[in-house]
Design a binder for this molecule. Structure first.
Ligand SMILES: NC(=O)c1ccc[n+]([C@@H]2O[C@H](COP(=O)([O-])OP(=O)(O)OC[C@H]3O[C@@H](n4cnc5c(N)ncnc54)[C@H](OP(=O)(O)O)[C@@H]3O)[C@@H](O)[C@H]2O)c1
Length: 222
């Protein structure tokens, strides 16, 4: 993701201040005031075991930060408190594709339509490339939460598949005794994620608080 975002940033006329990887930034050690001076915004795509210390340091330095790393939601309340305390800016999203967020809205509508119909069973299936570290995907968990908000009487179990180089596929299925209804989002490559993250990085500076990509896209969740 870092490479995709960097390539797009240059195409859009931005300068790249610093690129860090695990060899120079273990434990967030490269995120010092000296090294980051002059940086307007940070875009963080790393790994579940690296993201939290990166966010702590970036917030401490007062650098608005966009992160797309998944698998750290347990630490979000602590990070959000730090952002508030330092009057910083953080935008986090498990998925930066516009299509996924429209899919989530359509899925909520579908859940409302199927509520009160126990003859249908609902399920979520997500597929990602074999190197993805967290399971289920952050997007599948978000979908599950939103569906639960729309139909609290039904469970939405998740099946995860890790195979090949699939960028990301999420499918909501309702199985009835004699029929199937399904709604899918298929990411064909990583470009939509990179575009969303960069748009977020253009939007965030000057704002204080903790935001999601939905705040940027829709203003509020409806
Ligand atoms: N929100 C979205 O739309 C979206 C889309 C795609 C992926 N993701 C998520 O974004 C994350 C990254 O995905 P990816 O596919 O780019 O993973 P990836 O190919 O494994 O790349 C992870 C990168 O993070 C670097 N890294 C690890 N520890 C670091 C540290 N402490 N400081 C700086 N860099 C560090 C790695 O450096 P080395 O190469 O040196 O190890 C590597 O370049 C995952 O959590 C994934 O689930 C989110």
């Amino acid at each position: 993701m870092g490479k995709a975002v960097a390539a797009l940033a240059l195409q859009r006329g931005h300068g790249i201040h610093t690129v860090l990887d695990s060899s120079d930034n273990a434990g967030g050690r490269a995120l010092t005031r000296e090294r980051m001076v002059g940086c307007d915004v940070a875009i963080e795509f790393t790994r579940p075991d690296a993201v939290v210390s990166n966010l702590e340091r970036l917030i401490d330095l007062g650098i608005p930060t966009v992160t797309g790393t998944t698998g750290w939601s347990d630490a979000l309340p602590r990070i959000a408190a730090l952002v508030k305390e330092r009057r910083g800016g953080l935008l986090h999203a498990a998925n930066f594709s516009v299509g996924v967020h429209l899919f989530l809205r359509a899925a909520r509508e579908l859940a409302r339509s199927f509520s009160g119909r126990p003859e249908f069973n609902a399920s979520i299936r997500e597929e990602h490339h074999a190197a993805k570290l967290d399971t289920p995907s952050g997007t599948a968990l978000l979908l599950q939460q939103r569906l639960g908000d729309s139909d609290g009487l039904r469970s939405f179990p998740i099946t995860s598949v890790r195979a090949g180089s699939v960028p990301g596929t999420h499918t909501l299925t309702y199985e009835g005794p004699h029929e199937t209804v399904s709604l899918s989002h298929v990411a064909r490559d990583r470009q939509s994620f990179a575009e969303g993250a960069l748009t977020a990085a253009e939007w965030l500076p000057g704002r204080t608080g903790v935001f999601t990509f939905e705040d940027l896209l829709f203003g509020e969740i409806v």
